[in-house]
Ligand binder design. Structure first.
Ligand SMILES: Nc1ncnc2c1ncn2[C@@H]1O[C@H](COP(=O)(O)OP(=O)(O)OP(=O)(O)O)[C@@H](O)[C@H]1O
Length: 247
């Protein structure tokens, strides 16, 4: 189901708006969210996950509004979110932390325990399911966070820099995962990695200083690269052209 953000404004500190009247929607399939440091990507994903509350505007999935007290619990059940920082809960083992995340999203204890097996398999963490989460490496913790975002089979999945710190083999595993998720969910991935965009994502959003600078299919994004750009550099060149205002 698509997620729609309309006329959203947000500020952490009075007088310093991060987003002003932002409207955007993410449909079925995988969308990559690009933008310079500080553009507002994490803020936007936090709002879409209903972890941050905008000062004005609406965030909706179907008929559910994240800002409505009546809807918020059900809204959150429809969303899986990998935040930029994944917290290891002291005392919990990997499988327990993933199952706990599923239980918090409304699964029964039995369902959450079963679902944690599948989610850990999806991120190749089965071997570490009995490891204490506080003992994971950075990349392993990232994959724990992805498993937490997936455990309750959300309709909308938001991932903030999921491949940061992943080794090449785990990045390949993640690419396969995106391919599988794309056919069933609305997936939004914020990243600074522009290689292989066309193989992984259906559409691209570029955010800059809280504004949408570009939104469209991957093909039309790549076409913004200057003529003659080598295929493997097209995404980087298109992104640079948008950020400098040349496209
Ligand atoms: N907790 C906070 N308190 C105050 N300002 C914040 C906070 N978090 C982010 N900001 C500010 O909000 C703006 C948007 O930050 P945000 O983290 O959303 O950007 P981003 O596009 O995700 O950046 P990056 O690519 O570096 O992760 C930045 O100017 C940042 O300094």
């Amino acid at each position: 189901m698509p997620i729609s953000i309309s006329e959203c404004s947000f500020m952490y500190r009075r007088g310093f708006p991060v987003l002003e009247g932002l409207s955007l929607s993410f449909g079925h399939g995988a969308t990559v969210l690009l933008g310079p440091n500080g553009a507002g990507k994490s803020t936007l994903l936090g709002i879409a996950a209903s972890a941050l509350r905008p000062a004005s505007g609406h965030v909706r999935i179907g008929g559910l509004d994240a800002r409505s007290r009546k809807d918020v619990k059900e809204y959150r059940r429809k969303v899986g979110w990998l935040p930029q920082q994944v917290k290891a809960v002291p005392g919990l083992r990997v499988r327990e932390q993933v199952a706990h995340a599923g239980w918090l999203k409304g699964l029964s204890r039995v369902e959450a325990w079963k679902a944690s097996t599948r989610a850990l398999d999806q991120v190749d963490l089965t071997d570490l399911s009995m490891r204490r989460t506080t003992e994971l490496s950075g990349g392993q913790k990232r994959r724990l966070g992805i498993a937490q975002a997936l455990v309750h089979s959300a309709e909308v999945v938001l991932m903030d820099e999921p491949t940061a710190g992943l080794d090449p083999s785990q990045r390949a595993t993640f690419r396969d995962l995106v391919g599988r998720l794309s056919s069933t969910v609305a997936l939004v991935v914020s990243t600074h990695q522009t290689e292989d965009l066309a193989d992984i994502y259906r559409s691209v959003v570029v955010l800059d200083r809280g504004r949408v600078r570009h939104q469209g299919a991957v093909g039309s994004f790549l076409d913004l690269a200057p003529a003659g750009t080598a295929a493997e550099r097209k995404a980087e060149a298109a992104y640079a052209a948008i950020c400098t205002g040349e496209a």
